[in-house]
Design a protein around this ligand. Structure first.
Ligand code: AMP
Length: 136
C-alpha cells in the first residue's frame, strides 16, 4: 500500500480539497508553486495504463473543475497538468496521480522539451501499430 492509499483512508493527514466515491484531491506537500494539487483515483493502481475506465472517467469529469478552483484561489492564469508513470519518468509514489501545477512568473513546472526528428515513413508504420494495439 502506498502513502496515497493511507491519505485516502485518513490514516495520514492531508489538506483535502475534494472527495467523491472514486476520486480524492489534496495539496502537494512539496509544491512547485502555490496551489500545487494532486488528484488521485481511489483505485490503487500504479500507472495510468492500469486504471479502469470508470476511475478514469471519474477523474476526467472533475479535473477541469478542480483546475478552475485552484486557479481562482491562487490567482494563477496558467497551469500544467503533469502525470508521471514509472520511476524513469519521475514517478515517486506508485499510485496514479495528476498534478495540477499553477504557473507563475517565477514558480511552477520547468520543462526540458527536446523534440526529435520526425520520419514520416516510420511514423505511418508506428501509427498503424498503435492503432492495431488499441484494445476494445
Ligand atoms: P511523482 O513524482 O509524480 O510521483 O509525485 C509525487 C508527489 O507526491 C510529489 O510532488 C510529492 O511532493 C507528493 N507527496 C508525497 N507525499 C505526500 C504527502 N504525504 N502529502 C502530499 N503530497 C505528497
Amino acid at each position: 500500500m502506498t502513502i496515497f492509499s493511507k491519505i485516502i483512508k485518513g490514516e495520514i493527514p492531508s489538506h483535502k480539497i475534494y472527495e467523491d466515491d472514486k476520486v480524492f484531491a489534496f495539496l502537494d506537500i512539496g509544491p512547485l508553486s502555490k496551489g500545487h494539487t494532486l488528484v488521485i483515483p481511489k483505485e490503487a493502481v500504479a500507472t495510468l495504463d492500469q486504471l479502469s475506465d470508470d476511475s478514469a472517467a471519474a477523474i476526467g469529469r472533475v479535473l477541469p473543475r478542480l483546475c478552475r478552483a485552484v486557479m481562482k484561489a491562487t490567482g494563477a492564469k496558467d497551469f500544467n497538468i503533469l502525470q508521471n508513470n514509472g520511476a524513469a519518468a519521475h514517478q515517486v509514489v506508485m499510485h496514479v496521480h495528476f498534478h495540477i501545477i499553477p504557473k507563475f512568473n517565477d514558480t511552477g513546472l520547468g520543462i526540458d522539451w527536446d523534440p526529435q526528428q520526425f520520419d514520416h515513413t516510420a511514423g505511418a508504420q508506428l501509427a498503424k501499430q498503435i492503432v492495431a494495439s488499441l484494445e476494445g
